[in-house]
Design a protein around this ligand. Structure first.
Ligand code: NDP
Length: 282
């Protein structure tokens, strides 16, 4: 079962990642759904959504255990991302958190390790730990999440800071503030942005404008929301679904191009930002 080949974007390191990956927040919260969720993740891999995003925070480690089971025997197909909590992001705390994530994920390496959001630990300490983890071969790349432009500028001033490979942020039709200055800044640095909650956690899917565009194109509201995010260069998205049928829909969105008429209609319902606003987070 293979879908259309999913377009890829290039990380600053030169490595390519698919523009559509799979989120995992809220997976592994209901024991009875475990097998269906594992099947959904595996289907997503077969359909080319080979990037999986997880975090030590999700279901207090249980989500990483589920992901570890889902990718067993398939590890080499996967670009695996996890995240360290800011409360663990001291130098030694980061090393320890990574050790625990690797154990739960039943793997010897992460493809990318992100600082989940900024906390009180000086950024320099976390970055030094990322550099050490890379030297040890436990992580292949690192990046950040929920960083606004000023945070990135600060990061760029720290030794090794510009080695970051992505900023994972809230970006969807209902949260367009990154378009004003974050996306342009990242494009200037060739830094890919990873859109989390690309369907606004499902809230976008009942919006009349999204439904209207979906009906006119004979596609689903989820596909409208995802194709809209993917219209931007150097942006990828990590929709989450624990259902195989929905994963199939989501993967197909990578091949959908919205027309200028669709985009105008969506702009009217969700106006683009006209001034800088702080980055929103969940
Ligand atoms: P999403 O925008 O991906 O929406 C997920 C919701 O949409 C779920 O309820 C899911 O339900 C539903 N859904 C998925 N596909 C479809 C479909 N085709 N049709 C109808 N409903 C659908 O929200 P998330 O917040 O989960 O964001 C995605 C990922 O981003 C997270 O899972 C996580 O990995 C990451 N993230 C990172 C954050 C950070 O701070 N770095 C913060 C938030 C998220 P169902 O599963 O039943 O299909």
């Amino acid at each position: 079962m293979y879908g259309p080949v999913i377009r890829r974007i290039v990380l600053p390191s030169g490595e390519k990642i698919p523009v559509l990956g799979q989120g995992t927040w809220h997976l592994a919260e209901v024991r009875e759904q475990r097998e269906a969720e594992i099947a959904a993740l595996r289907l997503g891999l077969e359909l080319g959504m080979t990037l999986i995003d997880t975090a030590e925070m999700y279901a207090e480690g249980e989500t990483e255990r589920l992901v570890g089971d889902a990718i067993g025997g398939r590890r080499d197909q996967v670009f695996l991302i996890s995240k360290v909590l800011p409360s663990h992001a001291s130098h030694q705390g980061t090393i320890d958190a990574c050790t625990a994530s690797l154990r739960r994920l039943k793997t010897d390496r992460l493809d990318m390790y992100l600082l989940h959001w900024r906390g009180s630990v000086p950024l320099r300490q976390t970055i030094e730990a990322f550099v050490e983890l890379k030297e040890r071969g436990w992580i292949r790349h690192w990046g950040v999440s929920n960083f606004d432009v000023m945070d990135l500028i600060e990061l760029w001033r720290i030794p090794s800071g510009p080695d970051a490979q992505t900023d994972q942020v809230l970006y969807n039709l209902a949260h367009r503030s990154p378009e004003y200055n974050l996306l342009p800044w990242c494009r200037e640095q060739d830094l890919p942005v990873m859109s989390y909650s690309p369907m606004d956690q499902g809230d976008l899917l009942s919006h009349p404008a999204v439904r209207g565009v979906a009906e006119r194109n004979d596609i689903t509201p989820a596909q409208v929301a995802l194709a809209w995010v993917l219209r931007q260069p150097l942006v990828c998205a990590i929709p989450k679904s624990g259902s195989a049928a929905r994963v199939q829909q989501n993967a197909a969105a990578a091949a959908i191009r919205l027309s200028p008429e669709d985009l105008t209609e969506l702009d009217l319902a969700f106006p683009p930002p006209i001034k800088a606003r702080p980055l929103e987070t969940l």
